[in-house]
Design a protein around this ligand. Structure first.
Ligand code: ADP
Length: 428
């Protein structure tokens, strides 16, 4: 028992005695009982209040850690420093502890600072400074702290009276994904709106009474309308494919298909189609079966998109080489399409698989492009746990390589030595 609590007991006893003496002076029994009851209760209250009153009398303004608090433990700083997430302790609107990550984010001198100075986010600082805030529910989303595009979730938790443990988790990537979703909707709407407005304009023009006079003009207008409608159709088709492939993205591909067979079939269809460039496709290594783990319709779409690009952006009358073989190590099947054409400048290559990214939008639209072809290719490759490589030399041409998982037959020895076949020159 501390000296302080003994003093409290003595004080309580004195109060009780004083009450008894005062009650003794009263001649009215009810008044005597009342005085005794009141002084007795006061005495009990004083005796029972072992330090709690002191804590209440001096609310969390005292930033000095009191014994028994977790922040006072000798290992506390090492413990929070082990976290790569920024962690701080806030007490009475002041930062009392911060780990390395928090000091990197808020500044080396953050400990001791008022939260309003330390956390340069008015809403978050207000919550941290508010002694009565409950800190329940969703964390606070903070932007504009650290790097310009960084986003953080701030989790606040009470750890002892007046102390708050503050932890920030980096949400930059989910924020970027959210932005991509928003941009995608805006881009898709814009891409549909442009041909739709054009078709609407021509319908209005043709509806005018004297518009039907010139047959060639009418034919020209109808031709433009047909092309714009086809563009919209292609776009909607690609959007639907994209959502279907995205929905299947976590479903493993468990079927075995012959890549050579798919290559021959798609190239044959393009050669027989209306685009004369289809006749420029040259096949290599497609006579030999090349069994891969694959989804036939998705691999057909992948090949169709890559070959269509080669036909669109390659130079007229130059060959488009489609070769099927193995990678240099022999561990994966490899599909390669090479064209001779305008090529792509290196700065564009990392962005080509983004939805609606085009090097030259006007030219892509004019050639019937939707800006989704390579994005679809990337999604298909990802679903197949494969690998996509794009290399290009401006003015010379572009080469697209797709590496896919080889399908092992049940009676294949598990570590059969790799076979090198097909055209492996210029492997990436
Ligand atoms: P698009 O429908 O516009 O062709 P893609 O997603 O298929 O969209 O391709 C994105 C962009 O990449 C194209 O707009 C084009 O600028 C460029 N590109 C793709 N393939 C080739 C190629 N073989 N040669 C040159 N540029 C290409």
């Amino acid at each position: 028992m501390t000296r302080f609590s003994i003093l409290r007991l003595l004080l309580a006893a004195l109060l009780f005695i004083a009450g008894a003496i005062i009650a003794g002076y009263s001649s009215v029994p009810a008044e005597r009982a009342f005085i005794m009851a009141v002084t007795g209760m006061i005495a009990i209250f004083v005796a029972a209040d072992q330090g709690g009153g002191r804590a209440r009398a001096r609310p969390a303004r005292n930033t000095a850690p009191s014994p028994g608090r977790i922040t006072h433990h000798p290992d506390f700083q090492g413990f929070i420093d082990a976290s790569t997430d920024p962690v701080m302790v806030v007490e009475a609107a002041r930062v009392t502890n911060a780990n390395r990550a928090a000091r990197r984010l808020f500044g080396e001198n953050v400990v001791g600072e008022n939260v309003r100075t330390a956390v340069r986010h008015a809403g978050a600082a207000e919550r941290l400074a508010d002694e009565d805030a409950k800190h329940e529910g969703r964390p606070l989303r903070l932007t504009g702290i650290g790097l310009r595009d960084q986003a953080w979730d701030m989790h606040i938790q009470r750890i002892s009276s007046g102390q708050k443990l503050v932890r920030l988790t980096d949400r930059t990537s989910s924020q970027a994904a959210e932005k991509m979703r928003v941009d995608f909707v805006a881009n898709a709407s814009h891409e549909l709106m442009t041909p739709l407005s054009s078709v609407k304009g021509f319908i209005e023009t043709l509806s005018e009474p004297d518009a039907g006079e010139s047959a060639p003009t009418r034919t020209r207008f109808l031709g433009i309308m047909a092309a714009e409608t086809e563009r919209m159709q292609a776009l909607v088709r690609d959007l639907m494919s994209l959502s279907r492939i995205e929905a299947e993205k976590y479903q493993p591909v468990e079927t075995t298909v012959d890549l050579s067979d798919i290559a021959r079939s798609v190239a044959g269809e393009l050669a027989a189609g209306s685009n004369p460039r289809g006749g420029d496709i040259v096949l290599h290594g497609t006579d030999e079966p090349r069994m891969v783990m694959g989804d036939t319709s998705q691999l057909r779409q992948l090949l169709y998109n890559i070959l269509s690009n080669a036909m669109k952006y390659g130079r007229k009358d130059t060959p488009i080489t489609l070769s099927i073989g193995l990678t240099r190590s022999g561990s994966m099947a490899r599909l390669r399409v090479a064209d001779e054409g305008e090529g792509i400048a290196p700065e564009h290559i990392p962005r080509l698989t983004e939805r609606f990214y085009r090097v030259d939008s006007g030219r892509s639209r004019q050639l019937g492009g939707t800006g989704l072809g390579l994005s679809l290719v990337k999604h298909i490759v990802d679903r197949h746990r494969g690998h996509l490589e794009i290399s290009s030399e401006p003015g010379r041409g572009t080469t697209i390589n797709v590496m896919l998982q080889i399908a092992r037959l049940a009676d294949d020895p598990p570590s059969s030595p790799p076979l090198l076949s097909g055209d492996t020159s210029g492997m990436l």
